[in-house]
Design a binder for this molecule. Structure first.
Ligand SMILES: NC(=O)c1ccc[n+]([C@@H]2O[C@H](COP(=O)([O-])OP(=O)(O)OC[C@H]3O[C@@H](n4cnc5c(N)ncnc54)[C@H](O)[C@@H]3O)[C@@H](O)[C@H]2O)c1
Length: 378
């Protein structure tokens, strides 16, 4: 198969869809990989590294999109990329189609096979291509929080780990999933006093087993959250209710009891945030104050560490890209129901129910399509 690696052109996006190691793996499996000039620059991969891995450097995005059968990207295509998409082309990337009418229309009209990272499932029903970015954001939340707790950065001037004779900072993490657990690992490692709050008691039991006596766990309720944050130096919002906006667990009125100069990192901002006073911010203007509490609510935190994020993402995506290239689309989705769940658009049909219902489009299950029935016997 001819695999294409375009350079990301979305504002401030420095990640890239394949590392040189990924190009080498595809090449070794017998595929040709076209790499757009300087595609990996933002993540620290020079063209020469891709060349050494067996990739062919091409001058323009057009050169990649015109020839490649499988395009591997990071972000959803944006307007200048729409005309480059071709009928039957496999597009493997984050798509986030539910709120994006324009892109959905383009994928359908151009009959692109859109395989979305965010809807691929694993054998436990998890979302394996979202996990790496949650791991990055969770670990970053504490790093960022520690920075903003410094006086010069606008915080209350507290060292996360304290020192002998001076207590450590109190970190409250709301939501004990992937983001919350990764935040806790770093906070515990830095010597902070960590409290984790979740509404899933089974999860709290697991966290208690993982961290033993190094953290306290609390069952989620307005009362316990209010009590915990009243003494907090750093609050991390890490809640997710799949498919729904994040519940506002910390209200504006609760903030009156949070110490001045405390820091909130609301990682859940991409789902609306679990703090009532949250609104999305950017890396160029990341923070604001409400009730004397410093809020950091950047919606794409992993973008600040593109090299780590590219490695983390491609570690998870490459096995699927290899499967698609080695087996071809039909055999690959026949062999892997989780990969099949990633198919959002095919041959002009919207094949992902949540996207169809979000946009009032007709939903066509992949299995109902003649092309699929013929290619994949039941
Ligand atoms: N800002 C960013 O750059 C960035 C990056 C990655 C992920 N995220 C976001 O971070 C959020 C968390 O992601 P995740 O991968 O950790 O999700 P996850 O599903 O692994 O964990 C979410 C946790 O929230 C808990 N929860 C749900 N309702 C709760 C409640 N009422 N009280 C307490 N806990 C509750 C769940 O039990 C679960 O343990 C998501 O919104 C995700 O999109 C943001």
């Amino acid at each position: 198969m001819i695999v294409g690696l375009p350079k990301e052109i979305k504002d401030n996006e420095y990640r890239v869809g394949l590392t040189p190691a990924g190009v080498r793996a595809l090449k070794d499996a017998g595929h040709e990989v076209l790499v757009e000039k300087s595609a990996g620059e933002g993540s620290g991969f020079e063209d020469s590294l891709y060349q050494r891995a067996g990739g062919r450097i091409v001058d323009s995005a057009e050169d990649v999109w015109t020839t490649a059968e499988l395009i591997v990207k990071v972000k959803e295509p944006i307007a200048p990329e729409y005309p480059r998409m071709r009928e039957g082309q496999l597009l493997f990337t984050y798509l986030h189609l539910a709120p994006d009418r324009g892109l959905t229309k383009q994928l359908l009209e151009r009959k692109v096979t859109g395989i979305a990272y965010e809807t691929i499932t694993d054998h436990r029903g998890g979302l394996p291509l979202l996990t790496p970015m949650s791991e990055v954001a969770g670990r970053m939340a504490i790093q960022v929080g520690a920075h903003y707790l410094e006086k010069m950065s606008g915080g209350r001037g507290i060292l996360l780990g304290g020192v002998p004779g001076v207590p450590a900072a109190r970190v409250v993490i709301i939501g004990g999933g992937v983001v919350g657990t990764n935040a806790a690992k770093i906070a515990v490692g830095m010597g902070a006093h960590v409290t984790m709050i979740d509404n899933n008691l089974e999860r709290l039991r697991e966290l208690d087993d993982i961290f033993l006596s190094k953290i306290s766990t609390l069952a989620s309720s307005a009362y316990m959250i209010h009590d915990a944050i009243s003494q907090a130096d750093l609050i991390v919002g890490a809640v997710l209710v799949p498919g729904a906006a994040a519940p506002k667990l910390v209200t504006r009125s609760m903030l009156k009891d949070v110490p001045n100069g405390a820091v909130i990192v609301d990682v859940a901002v991409d789902q609306g945030g679990c703090i009532e006073t949250t609104h999305p911010t950017t890396h160029s203007n990341p923070t604001f104050y409400v009730e004397g509490v410093l809020h950091y609510c950047v919606a794409n935190m992993p973008g600040a560490v593109p090299r780590t994020s590219t490695f983390a993402l491609t570690n998870a995506t490459l096995p699927y890209a290899l499967k698609l290239a080695n087996k071809g689309f039909f055999a690959a989705i026949a062999a892997d129901a989780g990969l099949k769940a990633g198919v959002n658009t095919f041959a002009g049909h919207c094949t992902y129910e949540a996207v169809a219902s979000a946009q009032g489009l007709e939903y066509t299950p992949l299995d109902a399509l003649v092309e699929i029935k013929n290619a994949i016997p039941a």
